[in-house]
Design a binder for this molecule. Structure first.
Ligand SMILES: NC(=O)c1ccc[n+]([C@@H]2O[C@H](COP(=O)([O-])OP(=O)(O)OC[C@H]3O[C@@H](n4cnc5c(N)ncnc54)[C@H](OP(=O)(O)O)[C@@H]3O)[C@@H](O)[C@H]2O)c1
Length: 343
């Protein structure tokens, strides 16, 4: 599924062959095996692919840029001299991220970063926001749909309204902005790149317990954007699905639960086993620069587990039965209990 690219075209390389090449490379670099925190295609791109600097001068619009992975992606791109549009609802946080990007940015001036506050779920305003970006920079090269929230809840207790709110934010907001961008890329004929922040929970054949609406939403993104990728395979429009595992961010506190309007409210702890936002943002930037079609990133044991679920689903399911959902939750959140009534 993961692709390496040359120029505008995304070239297919069979996952198994890429896996074997990657495994060979990892065998010959045995001491670093313990540090491998992404799929083989991304390992390869980080080591031998295009540098993030190859994106210098491009205009990249990131939603959910006021914290977490979006903020760290913005920083990684700023270091490479990328012009940015930063969107989210908290304007003061976007201003903070902008100042940080200007401090560390390569040849960036005040005018190279546009703050565009928006609620991704207010889809009726998307067209207006899109025009604001084009009027300001005169172009858009890459749209990164990163804004999103996760969930902790028991499957059977989830109120249907929560499923709808989840899809409004994590799916329909993404579709609405991406359709505007694809139409623009096709009209301008110079191509473009749609990036979608998915999750390992959205990778085909994975099964994350206690976040059914979230897993459903991320799976939906793969369906929609794999279809887009197939339709535009012979065009100069690229699609990248970014799939992180657990990462340090506000994520857990902001999670949906089973009740409408409720937040999970538990912060991640410094002792939790998660990838840093900085490393995740950097790997996302590498995946974007190399136009990888799908990129996985997480600390061990997530990536080997993911390969197991995707390539040997029966063994993956057997493993899940041995581990049980509580142990899976412990690996995911560094806790055996959700801390709610589902304990
Ligand atoms: N952290 C993880 O473990 C993890 C793992 C896999 C995938 N992800 C994905 O990574 C993405 C970012 O999450 P994160 O971990 O960085 O969490 P985060 O720190 O909570 O960031 C979420 C971002 O989304 C924005 N957002 C939320 N609702 C919004 C809305 N209605 N309109 C506009 N912006 C909105 C937030 O900004 P405002 O509140 O200012 O609007 C914030 O900038 C999500 O799509 C998530 O699914 C995270």
């Amino acid at each position: 599924m993961v692709k390496r690219t040359t120029g505008h075209r995304q070239l297919k390389s069979p996952p198994l062959i890429r896996g074997l090449i990657g495994f060979g490379w990892m065998r010959s670099n045995w001491p670093v095996l313990g540090n491998v925190d992404c799929d083989f295609g991304l390992v390869w791109a980080e080591k031998f692919g295009k540098p993030i600097d190859s994106l210098a001068g491009k205009v990249v619009w990131i939603t959910g840029a006021s914290s977490g992975i979006g903020e760290h992606l913005a920083r990684a791109l700023a270091c490479a001299g990328v012009k940015l549009v930063l969107s989210a609802r908290r304007e003061h946080e976007l201003e903070r991220v902008k100042q940080k990007c200007l401090e560390i940015g390569k040849n960036l001036t005040e005018g190279d970063i546009l703050i565009l506050p928006m609620d991704v779920t207010a889809v009726q305003k998307h067209s207006e926001h899109f025009q604001q970006v084009i009027s300001y920079f005169g172009q858009l090269d890459i749209l990164v749909n990163n804004a999103g929230r996760s969930q902790r809840a028991n499957w059977e207790d989830i109120d249907l309204t929560v499923d709808q709110e989840m899809f409004n934010l994590n799916v329909f907001g993404v579709l609405s902005l991406s359709r505007l961008a694809v139409k623009y890329f096709m009209k301008e004929k110079k191509g473009g790149h749609i990036v979608v922040m998915s999750s390992l929970a959205g990778v085909n054949a994975t099964a994350f317990p206690f976040s059914a609406s979230y897993a459903g939403a991320k799976y939906a993104l793969h369906g929609y954007f794999n279809a887009l990728h197939s339709e535009k395979t012979l065009s100069n429009i690229s699609v990248t699905l970014l799939c992180p595992g657990p990462v340090f961010s506000n994520f857990l506190a902001e999670c949906f639960t089973d009740k409408p309007g409720e937040k999970f409210g538990k912060p991640v702890e410094a002792t939790d086993r998660r990838m840093t936002g900085e490393r995740c943002g950097y790997l996302c930037a590498v995946a974007i620069a190399n136009k990888l079609h799908e990129a996985w990133m997480a600390l061990l044991p997530y990536i080997p587990l993911c390969y197991m679920f995707v390539y040997c689903p029966n063994i993956g399911n057997y493993l899940m039965r041995i581990m049980g959902p509580k142990l899976f939750l412990k690996i995911r959140d560094s806790k055996t209990k959700m801390g709610t009534k589902t304990e």
